[in-house]
Design a protein around this ligand. Structure first.
Ligand code: GLY
Length: 312
């Protein structure tokens, strides 16, 4: 099932993609991972409706999920690492100039995507990690808070008592979002608390540009969810966008990258991966290696939650 909303971008004075159609009006659109993507999309569309940029839309959209204590795989309320510390990874990318920013292993801040945005806007760097990211966030005025909720603390204590060796993967649901605004600007954001009970310091795909997300307004954008190690091995989101650049439809682009994952990991069904993709003309793609993946798609007049196809 593919969305077919057509988007023709309007020319913009600043940082416009090369291939916008002058004088035409584009239709804003957004695609996100999972059911919580519906709420994130609502916020993003609100921003886009008000004339905001795709960059502001993806940031504010995913912040809704970061701040939701009931989501145990993103931001506040996310399940902690093996030491009981919530370590967050996030990134954001501007598809017009390929500027991007990211943080990894950041503890104590509810909205890591906003810290990532500051890395992008205020520094010449792309990725700041661990204690450096904390210092950076403090220097930018972000307020620290305890990210453990009663529920996530109890889950960690239960895990510790059982001495489970396995990482918990079943509710490992990154929010990844790609948006296009009226000017034809595209942007993407991706944010997660990563694998529950991970080895402290473990970093997944989400803060790695080209892996957890990639966006180029000349082509489109993609974002990943699932086991970050598998996404990293295939440079997942970059590869989806590069297939689209070669003329492959976003749905086929997603499936080709997933097939590459499966070809190399045929006997590890727990190591699943999913992608969402949005092409600059509004065509979308979404699928996962395993059943159960859902995606949220919204434009100015509609919002849908869709069950994505799986490859196995
Ligand atoms: N996909 C997010 C992670 O593996 O951390």
């Amino acid at each position: 099932m593919l969305g077919a909303t057509s988007v023709i971008a309007k020319s913009a004075e600043d940082s416009k993609p090369k291939n916008v159609v002058p004088g035409s009006i584009g239709e804003p659109m957004v695609i996100s991972t999972w059911d919580f993507g519906v709420r994130a999309n609502t916020k993003a569309i609100e921003v886009l409706k008000a004339g905001g940029t795709a960059l502001d839309a993806v940031q504010q959209g995913v912040m809704v999920v970061e701040s939701d204590p009931t989501v145990t795989s993103v931001g506040y309320g996310g399940l902690p690492n093996a030491a009981g510390v919530v370590q967050l990874d996030a990134s954001i990318m501007n598809g017009n100039d390929l500027e991007c920013g990211a943080v990894a292993g950041l503890s104590g801040f509810e909205n890591p995507v906003s810290v990532a945005r500051k890395v992008m806007d205020d520094t010449p760097h792309v990725l700041i990690v661990g204690s450096g990211a904390r210092q950076f966030a403090l220097s930018k005025g972000f307020k620290e808070r305890d990210l453990l909720t009663e529920r996530s603390r109890a889950a960690w204590q239960e895990w510790r008592l059982k001495q489970e060796k396995k990482e918990r993967t079943e509710d490992h649901d990154t929010i990844g979002m790609v948006a296009i605004d009226r000017r034809g600007q595209m942007a993407a954001a991706c944010t997660t608390s990563g694998l529950a009970w991970k080895i402290p310091g473990r970093v997944g795909d989400s803060p790695l540009v080209g892996h957890g997300l990639y966006c180029d307004s000349d082509v489109g954008g993609a974002a990943a969810t699932g086991i970050g190690e598998e996404v990293i091995k295939v440079c997942g989101s970059y590869q989806v966008v590069e297939y689209m650049r070669q003329g492959v439809h976003p749905q086929e682009a997603v499936k080709k990258v997933l097939q590459r994952v499966l070809d190399r990991q045929p006997n590890q069904p727990e190591r699943w991966v999913g992608f969402v993709a949005l092409r600059k003309d509004g065509e979308v793609g979404y699928a996962s290696t395993n059943a159960g993946f859902q995606v949220a798609v919204a434009d100015l007049t509609s919002s849908r939650l869709i069950a994505a196809a799986s490859l196995r």
